[in-house]
Design a protein around this ligand. Structure first.
Ligand SMILES: Cc1cc2nc3c(=O)[nH]c(=O)nc-3n(C[C@H](O)[C@H](O)[C@H](O)COP(=O)(O)OP(=O)(O)OC[C@H]3O[C@@H](n4cnc5c(N)ncnc54)[C@H](O)[C@@H]3O)c2cc1C
Ligand code: FES
Length: 407
């Protein structure tokens, strides 16, 4: 029996050899092979690509919506709630900024002119290094460098309940506009109630657009929560902050802790901290909370555990790239990523809030502070002194090793 199957195997091998030989003889001399897995990966994540601004529209007194098309090829598919990372060279500084895609995914896949959109809020006077730059300079016809899609802030039917309450503040409304449009189009199966906190009615971004979607689609509800004194409320508006009472009121069955509602939270850090406490007080299960913060803390001295006595210090940072070493200044109140960028040193970044890990580097010497919100390091990274440069602040002279990049 064994001998028979051995002979069969040997015979089979010789047949394969003939077939292979025939293939070799008939094969083209050119290298025409493309790996289908790599080709698909490139389609889904093309990396940095050129996109053209096709439209600029004011969507509040302080925010503009920008529409983009691909300069070459197709836009990659994305989920409602993903973000795009734009690259900038502003003076000496090479930097990136993340902006949530506020258009619906179907708009980038279909139609004669597939597109995606972002809405950027202008920075306050004297602040807003990149936002002010985009707000004041970006115009129709400009070509910019975008890298998309990134992020985990999207509705995943296998993980999240169908009933979603979005808790938004400031420019954190943008991913919810993408979700709302995708639901209205019928390509996302969810019910979305958005509670949008603003101080004043004039701060509300995309108000016309969100009101229109909620009128068109019964599955989307849009509620303004206004905290400023003397503000005139309209029918459906709520007064105050996004408090536990409001969260409970708009949860399914009025019960936020029964696991039937998933809460998506997006906005500036103070709002994020406030809402996190309210959700904890309501005993919302952790698996029903999805959060996205919009960037690093504005004032690191307010972070719990930060050594405030160091705030005005400027340290020396030795930057190691392969065999090259450069010594630059690093301010105690800025992440080391910003110090690198100020000195024109190319490094990778996307979220700039400690979450994605693209800016990971190793601290070889010196001490540093990482705020608890923004500490996305793995346990092994902590053990071996790897940090995320976007959420690491020097507290002494410091030496870091960063990856070598071409651009
Ligand atoms: C996932 C995600 C999605 C987001 N989506 C949106 C959105 O849809 N809409 C929106 O408006 N915002 C969004 N944001 C926020 C956005 O990425 C920016 O943080 C925001 O626009 C403010 O950026 P800014 O540069 O204007 O201000 P900041 O980030 O506050 O810029 C100031 C920073 O630049 C540094 N800086 C100042 N001058 C210089 C210089 N000369 N050289 C180098 N560094 C300097 C400062 O030290 C400081 O660190 C999102 C953020 C994230 C993480
Ligand atoms: S850029 Fe995402 S963790 Fe630093």
């Amino acid at each position: 029996m064994k001998i028979k199957s051995f002979l069969k195997d040997v015979g089979g091998a010789s047949r394969v050899t003939k077939a292979r030989k025939a293939k070799f003889d008939n094969a083209s001399g050119k290298n025409e092979y493309t790996d289908p897995i790599n080709a698909l990966a490139r389609e889904l994540h093309p990396g940095k690509m050129k996109v053209r601004i096709t439209k600029v529209e004011e969507v509040s007194p302080t925010a503009k919506k920008f529409t983009f098309e691909a300069v070459e090829g197709k836009l990659p598919p994305f989920q409602a709630g993903n973000y795009v990372s734009f690259s900038f060279q502003i003076g000496e500084t090479k930097t990136t900024r993340a902006y949530s895609i506020c258009s619906a995914p179907y708009q980038a896949r279909t139609g004669e002119h597939p597109f995606f959109e972002v809405t950027i809020r202008n920075g306050r006077p004297g602040q807003g290094f990149v936002s002010t730059y985009c707000y004041e300079n970006w115009k129709e016809g400009d070509i910019v460098i975008a890298d998309l899609p990134y992020g985990h802030f999207y509705i995943e039917p296998l993980r999240d309940s169908k009933y979603i309450v979005g808790l938004a503040g400031g420019s954190g409304i943008t991913p919810f506009y993408a979700m709302a449009q995708e639901i209205a189009h019928g390509t996302l199966d969810a019910d979305l109630t958005i509670l949008y906190g603003s101080v004043s009615k004039k701060d509300i971004i995309l108000v016309k657009q969100l009101t229109a979607v909620s009128k068109e689609c019964k599955r989307v509800k849009f509620i303004n929560v206004i905290s400023g004194e003397g503000e005139k409320l309209e029918k459906g508006d709520e007064k105050g902050f996004i408090s536990r009472e409001l969260i409970a009121k708009y949860s399914l069955d009025g019960n936020p802790s029964n696991g039937k509602t998933t809460f998506f939270v997006c906005g500036p850090l103070p709002m994020y901290n406030f809402v996190a406490k309210e959700l904890a007080a309501l005993n919302v299960p952790a698996r029903r909370i999805r959060m996205e913060t919009f960037g690093a803390p504005k004032d690191i001295s307010k972070a719990e555990g930060y050594p405030v006595e160091l705030i005005d210090k400027v340290f020396k940072m030795t930057v190691v790239r392969g065999v090259q070493e450069d010594v630059i200044d690093a301010r105690a109140d800025e992440p080391i990523l910003v110090a690198l960028e100020r000195h024109g040193i190319a490094t990778q970044s996307h979220c700039r809030s400690g979450e994605c890990g693209y800016c990971r580097c190793k601290v070889l010497e010196g001490t540093f502070f990482v705020p608890s919100v923004g500490d996305g390091r793995r346990a092994a990274d902590k053990r071996f002194n790897y940090v995320h440069a976007c959420s690491t602040y020097p507290t002494s002279d410091i030496k870091v090793r960063i990856p070598i990049l071409d651009d």
